[in-house]
Design a protein around this ligand. Structure first.
Ligand code: SF4
Length: 694
């Protein structure tokens, strides 16, 4: 703990780790943080926080921060520190050269779910207005892109339907593919409180997460399914609801497209979707499945909470649609206490998606091919915008390997550690002529960079983040950026060097532009946020104070739309060479690739990634607790220590992806969601064998 005397002044800002979005009062003495205190009036956290957030200020002043821009001609050359003027001029000249030689589509950018709304907005504007293409994507591609697509198709908007406070009115919670006690600790505490008051919990997860049984809280049902079988188990739940007539018929008739409902009901009622028939796929006890379906459909207000265990599959979008189907069929959507809620991993993953970071959408999820929307942006920006969607992250890397994509600007994203099938990532990056990394530290991706632009931390900038409940909250600058600039200013410098006049003086002006262009943000301004604390979008003339619960009278798309969600097994198969299934997740003390949490002042943070393995599988392979093992898949191999536990079932192993020493994503594969290319991190066929260490 750092104590450096009594604070002299303080500001309220928002945690930059997970999608809960806790508010903190940052107490300062001069330019030094004395402590971060959870803010009692924070509407997402009500005065609570986890230890990770409280110590987040440590990385802002860590000695590893890079504060001077650097360039090099080849990635094998040493870095050379240069002035900001030289770094920006060099980057602009390289991007101009690449576009002149290889065409306008040879460059693109990746925005960050760690940066503010205003910063991600500027990056996609740079791409569309200055690069002249739509080659912009976000790290949400590899986490919640199926949420965006699945919920927009079924409900009409790409976001969770409730606010966090609504959990206090839930009678039943269906938690699938999420581990809130590690990933979203403050919200997990609220879930536990509600469970202690008598609400019931259904957990669907291959692993026995803490909420299955923890002091004073026990799940009513845990369906420990095989990895990769979410869609089959959700069809089984739907089968029971339809065949036992547990449908909310009035709700469906009044609120949903009835033809699509009839098709769905006919499909799920088939015997092949029954709990008994699907048990061979999922491994779940049919009686438990029947009990879970009855509880969800008849237990009162039922709220679904889900995470990356749903989205990061080859059928990620299908599973999101299947969850939406369940909620509509039982009338569990559009009122307090019920809904469908993605637990977003990163602080601003909702925001980066809202801000038009995807290659096919402007802000507010409007397609780039829609003429009147495009005309609106063309008028505001004074340019002509390409009507064709651009490249997604994996397509950018494919194109680089093919020799048609040469320049990439990466804002705050470490794709060489966090993205799947690392060999493919590094091959793509190595094939480019100008990789620009804008980040706090020399991360794994920087090994492949030609330009390093030092970024700023959440304590050094103004702006907004949008949390998992669509809550837009202020980020306030409490110290001078050590690198000299806030991230939005760096993007603006680059745009100007490329001949486009961006001329913002403060991020509030960027938010004003977003509000002018985005109907769901029409009333949002820094003045409003400073006055009322935070608002949940849509926030406009119809909902001047924001919208805690969505789809109350009608769905955003009009009527809710059911989709037939047929289970299709992943192409990733176990076999004699790779007989175990690996699935991955997070631990409380670390955050994503660990670049920040490993640099905070708490020794408990220095844990390593462990491989959880069932005693039966460990014994068969001669693996002992704490010993080193080799983890191998057809994509690659790595070494880590074993942790023998019955949290995982026989045939399943589990690890986290926080440490560059482990590089768990060396073994994950190229398979991805059929609709969005979200990688299938959660299912990899692997083999384990004793090893001598890395
Ligand atoms: Fe809150 Fe998440 Fe930050 Fe913890 S990491 S303080 S739960 S926002």
């Amino acid at each position: 703990v750092i104590e450096i005397g009594q604070p002299e002044h303080s500001k309220v800002t928002t945690c930059a780790y997970c999608g809960v979005g806790c508010s903190f009062k940052v107490e300062m003495r001069g330019e030094q943080v004395v402590r971060m205190v959870p803010y009692k009036d924070g509407k997402a956290n009500h005065g609570h926080s986890c230890v990770k957030g409280r110590f987040a200020f440590g990385y802002a002043t860590h000695r590893d921060r890079i504060t001077k821009p650097m360039i090099r001609a080849r990635i094998t050359d040493p870095w050379r520190e240069v002035s900001w003027d030289e770094a920006i001029a060099h980057t602009a000249s390289e991007f101009r050269r690449i576009q002149a030689t290889h065409g306008k589509d040879a460059v693109g950018a990746i925005t960050s779910s760690r940066c503010t709304n205003e910063e991600t907005y500027l990056v996609q504007k740079l791409v569309r207005a200055v690069f002249g293409n739509n080659n912009t994507d976000t790290c949400a591609r590899v986490c919640h892109s199926p949420t965006g697509y699945g919920l927009s198709q079924t409900f009409g908007t790409s976001a969770g339907t409730q606010d966090f406070d609504s959990v206090e009115h839930a009678d039943v919670m269906l938690l699938i593919g999420a581990n809130p006690t590690d990933g979203h600790p403050v919200f997990a505490s609220r879930m536990k409180k509600r469970l202690r008051e008598g609400a019931k919990l259904i957990v669907i997860d291959p692993r026995r997460i803490d909420l299955v049984r923890t002091p004073h809280v026990e799940a009513a049902i845990h369906l420990a399914i095989r990895p990769g079988t979410n869609v089959a188990i959700l069809s089984a739940l739907a089968h029971v609801i339809v065949t036992e007539n547990l449908i909310d018929a009035d709700y469906v008739r009044e609120r949903c497209e009835t033809d699509a409902f009839a098709d769905w009901a006919e499909f799920v009622a088939r015997e092949s979707n029954s709990p008994e028939a699907t048990a061979a796929i999922t491994g779940a006890d049919p009686e438990d499945v029947r009990a879970a379906a009855r509880l969800y459909a008849t237990g009162g207000n039922a709220a679904i909470y889900y995470g990356l265990g749903v989205t990061e599959h080859s059928q990620g979008t299908t599973a999101v649609m299947a969850l939406a189907n369940l909620a509509m069929a039982t009338g569990n959507i559009g009122h307090v206490g019920a809904g469908v809620n993605p637990l977003r991993g990163q602080n601003n993953v909702q925001g980066s998606c809202d801000m038009g970071s995807f290659p096919h959408e402007f802000t507010g999820y409007r397609h780039v091919s829609t003429p009147d929307v495009r005309a609106l942006f063309e008028r505001e920006w004074g340019v002509t915008i390409d009507p064709e969607p651009g490249l997604r992250i994996p397509n950018m890397l494919d194109a680089a390997i093919d020799g048609t994509f040469k320049g990439l600007y990466i804002q705050g994203e470490d794709i060489a550690q966090s993205d799947p099938d690392i060999r493919h990532i590094t091959a793509g990056l190595s094939a480019m002529e100008c990789v620009v990394v804008q980040d706090l530290f020399l991360n794994e991706t920087a090994q492949f960079a030609h330009v390093f632009l030092p970024g700023s931390t959440f304590l050094e900038k103004n702006g907004t983040f949008t949390n998992a409940e669509r809550r837009i909250q202020r980020v306030r600058k409490v110290m001078t950026p050590k690198n000299g600039y806030e991230d939005w200013e760096i993007t603006q410098l680059l745009a100007r060097a490329l001949g486009y006049d961006m001329n913002y003086h403060h991020p509030s002006e960027i938010m004003d532009e977003i509000a002018r262009l985005t109907p769901t943000f029409a009333n949002v301004s820094f003045d409003l946020l400073d006055r009322v604390g935070s608002v949940q979008w849509p926030c406009n003339e119809e909902a001047p104070e924001g919208t805690p619960t969505m789809h109350i009278d009608h769905f955003v798309r009009g009527q809710g739309r059911f989709f037939v969600t047929e289970y299709v097994p992943t192409d990733e198969k176990v076999g004699p060479r790779f007989p175990l299934l690996l699935t991955t997740g997070r631990i409380l003390s670390q955050y994503n690739v660990g670049a920040q949490t490993r640099r905070t002042q708490n020794s408990a943070w220095h844990e390593e990634d462990l491989l959880e393995i069932h005693p039966h599988d460990a014994e068969q392979r001669g693996v002992t607790d704490g010993s080193w093992v080799k983890l191998a898949s057809r994509a690659g191999e790595t070494s880590l220590r074993a942790k023998i536990t019955e949290r995982v079932a026989p045939g399943v192993v589990y690890t986290t992806f926080h440490h560059p020493m482990t590089m768990a994503n060396v073994v994950t594969t190229e398979y991805s969601d059929w609709a969005t290319n979200c990688p299938e991190y959660k299912v990899t066929a692997v083999q384990i064998s004793p090893s001598n260490g890395p």
